[in-house]
Design a protein around this ligand. Structure first.
Ligand code: ADP
Length: 337
């Protein structure tokens, strides 16, 4: 006679199933929402972060294997549900059509350079564009645009963004004295992000790009929880150190139910000026492989180009194709819904 199948045994088995995205097991993540045992048949309900979770099949297979290994189990059914989409109403920007966050795992991978050039690429394609520098501790957009103009404040305490060649932007770097450090913590950062969204007169925009700080900190949480983002773009070099941190970032976005629109691999290679040979300084295809792993679009592979170091806007040539690629991503979402 086989041993009794209990809820505890099933939960113990599910405790061995990892969510590869979130890096923890289903029980610790509170994703197991029900267990039904009927003779040898076990039915478990698992709540995913999104209904379109690309790892659903893997999770299902792992659950079936672990539950199936319990003595006496003859059949396993996994029912998937999705977390309800949170209503983000703290800030609403009805005059801004799309808000896209630009993120990275590590600093120094070219996130701000790419954010600036994507914004310019969309602007050059005829869209009205804003750029919000939410890298509060290391605001680099004014340096990249070579524009340190002071924003004016209206009588009702609104900030007028700086318009640089038609691109509207705002940055902590415009409000601080040169060399003044930012020492704010969570709640104050939340306040700044909110002000930069809600108290800046952005006006009618087709796109607002948000340059996030590197990593997965307070600013990310604030932004993802207070406003409805269209999605996020993750920037990485091909180096495994950078890729590993971006992987965590993608997990965070998934958990916060923010769509990752694609990956841009920066500093992919250097073209030797004498031989035209591609030299893979930071390894080869780290970002491309990450995109494949998560079934995400690879939006660009940008070489190391000394011209970009000299003047950030020299990166524009590499970012122009991203405009078209992102439109394809948006169209595929519309046709899929
Ligand atoms: P992050 O925002 O990730 O910290 P930045 O955009 O400030 O990174 O870029 C870091 C440095 O790397 C800058 O000096 C920038 O000019 C340079 N850089 C970024 N991308 C490239 C590239 N593809 N080729 C050459 N230099 C680059």
């Amino acid at each position: 006679m086989s041993a009794e199948i209990t809820k505890e045994k099933v939960e113990e088995a599910l405790g061995r199933v990892m969510d590869p995205e979130l890096g923890n097991d289903l029980v610790s993540l509170n994703m197991v929402k029900g267990v039904n045992i009927n003779d040898g048949t076990v039915e478990a309900t698992v709540e995913l972060t999104t209904s379109g979770c690309p790892l659903k099949a893997k999770i299902e297979g792992d659950c079936k294997q672990e539950i199936g290994s319990i003595d006496g189990v003859t059949d396993v059914k996994i029912v998937f549900t999705a977390k309800p989409i949170p209503i983000r109403t703290e800030v609403s920007l009805p005059t801004v059509k799309k808000i896209i966050a630009i993120s990275s795992g590590k600093g120094g991978v070219g996130k701000s350079t790419i954010a600036t050039n994507i914004a310019k690429a969309f602007q050059k394609s005829g869209y009205s564009v804003g750029l919000l520098d939410a890298d509060i501790y290391g605001p680099n957009i004014p340096t990249l645009l070579e524009n340190y103009a002071r924003p004016t404040i209206t009588h009702d305490d609104k900030l007028v963004p700086i318009t640089h060649d038609g691109l509207k932007f705002i940055s902590m770097g415009l409000l601080l004295e040169p060399g003044q450090p930012v020492i704010w913590r969570g709640p104050m950062l939340h306040g700044v992000v909110k002000q930069f969204l809600a108290d800046v007169i952005w006006g009618d925009l087709d796109y607002l790009f948000v340059d996030l700080p590197p990593g997965t900190g307070d600013v990310h949480l604030s932004l993802c929880q207070m406003v409805d983002l269209t999605g996020a773009i993750a920037i990485t070099t091909p180096q495994q150190l950078s890729v590993a941190d971006v992987r965590k970032g993608i997990g965070m976005f998934r958990q916060l139910q923010v769509e990752v629109l694609g990956i841009i691999e920066n500093m992919s290679y250097y073209v030797h000026p004498g031989t035209n040979e591609k030299i893979y300084v930071f390894g080869k295809n780290g970002g491309k492989n990450l995109a494949e792993e998560w079934n995400l679009p690879l939006l660009a592979q940008i070489p190391i180009d000394p011209a970009i170091c000299e003047k950030s806007e020299n990166g524009l040539t590499y970012l122009m194709p991203v405009v078209e690629k992102l439109h394809q991503v948006f169209e595929s979402k519309v046709s899929a819904s």
